[in-house]
Design a protein around this ligand. Structure first.
Ligand code: HXC
Length: 272
């Protein structure tokens, strides 16, 4: 049976790309237990990849891995890590190689977030988000890079758009994501000669995610849809589609770039 081409008005990658473009390939996804990263993993698996999803909450990961295996017909396994701890990532990489023999694609998606004005933000609160988002991305790159050199693989870092302009209560995340963008660019230029690509996926307002839920408490984050050029907030599937493209051979000459998935919010919004 042909897969449904749309979910709630959003086109799916399976209606655009062939079903087997990632067959025989392996995805390693931090933060894959929920939200955007889980959606990206599911899309990659629907195109043939097997996957390892990583995070701190093993119960949530185990349930998600079972569901992803069932919904895609591929194999997904969970691995418990704290991306702030390189030893846990090394163990997860070893588990991945033991199970699948290779790593082709990495999504650096593990992130932390809460709303806080800088006047109330403790040093530990600031450091915690920098350590999860920025140091966690660095640690994930370091743990996986030898395998990506072997497979001539590709990274996608899940960043944000909130640091393009000043976003109140988000100084910690803004600083952390700006650093993630920089990490990706340097990775791209240094590893390009080894056949490794690195790009950033920057979601704008995306419904049904923990980030949006947290930001919605103090802003009209998801109510802004009337002002978005494309007239709706994003769906997890929009990000998943962009991820499939960035990992696919259709993006073989694209590295060091940021794909903003925000319905035109950042660059097209005008005031008049
Ligand atoms: C002020 C806070 C706080 C809050 C935590 N802290 N929550 N400060 N306001 N609401 C402070 C604590 O007081 C503590 O500092 C320090 O942060 C560390 O808190 P812990 O709870 O000990 O840390 P930890 O258990 O590691 O939890 C990390 C976390 C947590 C970031 C605080 O919320 C988390 O892990 N969240 C992960 C899930 C998540 O947020 N996902 C969505 C990401 S979305 P003190 O000084 O008291 O010791 C995203 C995209 C952004 O990133 C773009 C939006 C669309």
């Amino acid at each position: 049976m042909a897969p449904a081409p749309f979910v709630a008005g959003v086109p799916l990658s399976t209606s655009v790309f062939k079903a087997d473009i990632f067959k025989g390939k392996v995805l390693f996804c931090t933060g894959g237990g929920s939200g955007i990263c889980r959606g990206m993993t599911e899309a990659m698996m629907k195109h043939g990849a097997d996957a390892v999803i990583l995070g701190r909450q093993i119960n949530r990961l185990t349930k998600a891995a079972e569901e992803l295996t069932k919904s895609t017909g591929r194999t997904c396994i969970p691995a418990q890590v704290d991306v702030r701890e390189p030893k846990t990532l090394a163990a997860a990489v070893a588990k991945t190689i033991e199970q699948f023999g290779r790593i082709d694609y990495v999504i650096c998606g593990a992130a932390g977030n809460f709303l806080s004005p800088i006047s109330n933000l403790s040093e530990n609160g600031f450091r915690t988000v920098i350590e999860i988002d920025t140091l966690g991305t660095y640690n994930t790159i370091k743990a996986t890079l030898p395998h990506l050199r072997k497979s001539k693989g590709s990274y996608v870092h899940v960043s944000a758009t909130l640091h393009y302009r000043a976003t109140p209560y988000q100084v910690h995340v803004s600083a952390a994501k700006a650093a993630v963008d920089a990490l990706s660019s340097v990775l791209a230029i240094e590893e390009g000669p080894h056949g490794v690509r690195s790009n950033v996926l920057a979601p704008g307002p995306v419904a049904n995610t923990e980030g949006a839920d947290r930001l919605s408490n103090k802003s009209n984050y998801l109510e802004m849809k009337q002002t978005l050029p494309l007239g709706r907030v994003g769906a997890i599937e929009d990000c998943a589609n962009a991820g499939v493209f960035l990992f696919s051979d259709a993006a073989a000459f694209i590295t060091g770039q940021t794909i903003v998935v925000d319905g035109g919010n950042e660059h097209l919004r005008t005031s008049y």
